[in-house]
Design a protein. Structure first.
Length: 307
């Protein structure tokens, strides 16, 4: 299969089950709005697990899309050489990034971009138009597809077999023990003029938190997303820390485990388009506000987040 560039000209979905088609298209009960946005912490964790059926198997053949932008930092041929013959050992996720560990110290990093998807197929399945990396293992085929090609791939080979230094240096995720109250407070106070929602989107402090998660955190905290960090008390900053952890864990439980739409009690299910209603009873059906905040569409309730 090596570099079968001609195989990318046409698609074939006849061999997929209905369930596989839904996962590939990202349709499993989640609203289309979230499918068309950059995957956040829970979505990345979901896609990481899609390749796990291949764990422990050797790579037999590799196909790369000859013109895919995911290879803008490394040549597709270098990826083929670097992975050929290695065993798939383990998968990892951190924030919005994934790392796939192979034998002999090879580590392949993947960022899904806006529309990247990971899935599996039977060995030898025909390559489809938007498949940019296809690994035929002994018993299954691993596929990375991305029709808008905003995703990105890296490959590191380490002498000691350990994870690359850049991966080890990533800040702790909100659901991890290393994401402490003092770390969060220190980071928040470093940017006194930054709106709290914008701060939550900073991957240096909150890896994995994206647009809908940041809105959810602010809404649960009863804090306006536009509020500058310096206007929040230490108690409010502590509440943001607590809810960042809570929303991260809730999202992993509901989305990455079941690929289900979160409950209607979350802001999530009401924020995606104009006319949404705040789910809090005390707000008595208040219409949610939507506006641009430093380049990101932001949703909040003018009643319970008016402070």
């Amino acid at each position: 299969m090596n570099q079968r560039s001609s195989a990318f000209d046409s698609g074939n979905t006849s061999e997929r089950t209905d369930n596989e088609r839904k996962i590939f298209r990202g349709e499993h009960l989640l609203p289309l709005s979230i499918i068309l946005t950059m995957p956040e912490l829970a979505e990345v964790e979901f896609y990481r697990k899609q390749w796990d059926p291949g764990l422990g198997q050797p790579i037999k053949r590799i196909a790369t899309h000859p013109k895919a932008r995911i290879y803008r930092d490394i040549a597709a041929t270098a990826v083929q050489r670097g992975l050929k013959g290695r065993d798939f050992i383990r998968s990892h996720a951190h924030g919005k990034q994934m790392m796939f560990e192979f034998s002999k110290g090879a580590w392949m990093g993947l960022h899904l971009g806006m529309t990247g998807k990971l899935h599996t197929r039977p060995v030898g399945s025909k390559i489809e138009k938007h498949d940019h990396l296809v690994l035929d293992l002994e018993h299954t085929q691993l596929v990375f597809s991305d029709y808008r090609m905003f995703g990105k791939l890296t490959l590191d080979v380490t002498e000691d077999g350990g994870a690359p230094e850049w991966w080890q240096a990533l800040p702790p995720q909100p659901q991890e023990k290393g994401f402490t109250k003092i770390r969060h407070l220190t980071f928040a106070r470093r940017f006194p003029k930054t709106p709290i929602k914008t701060l939550l989107l900073d991957q240096r402090g909150y890896p994995g938190v994206g647009n809908w998660m940041a809105d959810e955190i602010c809404w649960r905290a009863h804090i306006a997303p536009q509020a500058p960090s310096k206007t929040l008390s230490d108690e409010e900053i502590h509440l943001i820390w607590k809810l960042t952890r809570q929303v991260s864990r809730d999202a992993i439980r509901v989305i990455s485990t079941k690929w289900e739409t979160p409950p209607k009690s979350w802001l999530f299910t009401h924020r995606w388009k104009d006319g949404g209603i705040c789910p809090r009873r005390a707000c008595q059906g208040a219409e949610l506000k939507r506006a641009d905040l430093r380049g990101r569409t932001t949703c909040w309730c003018p009643i319970c987040q008016s402070g």
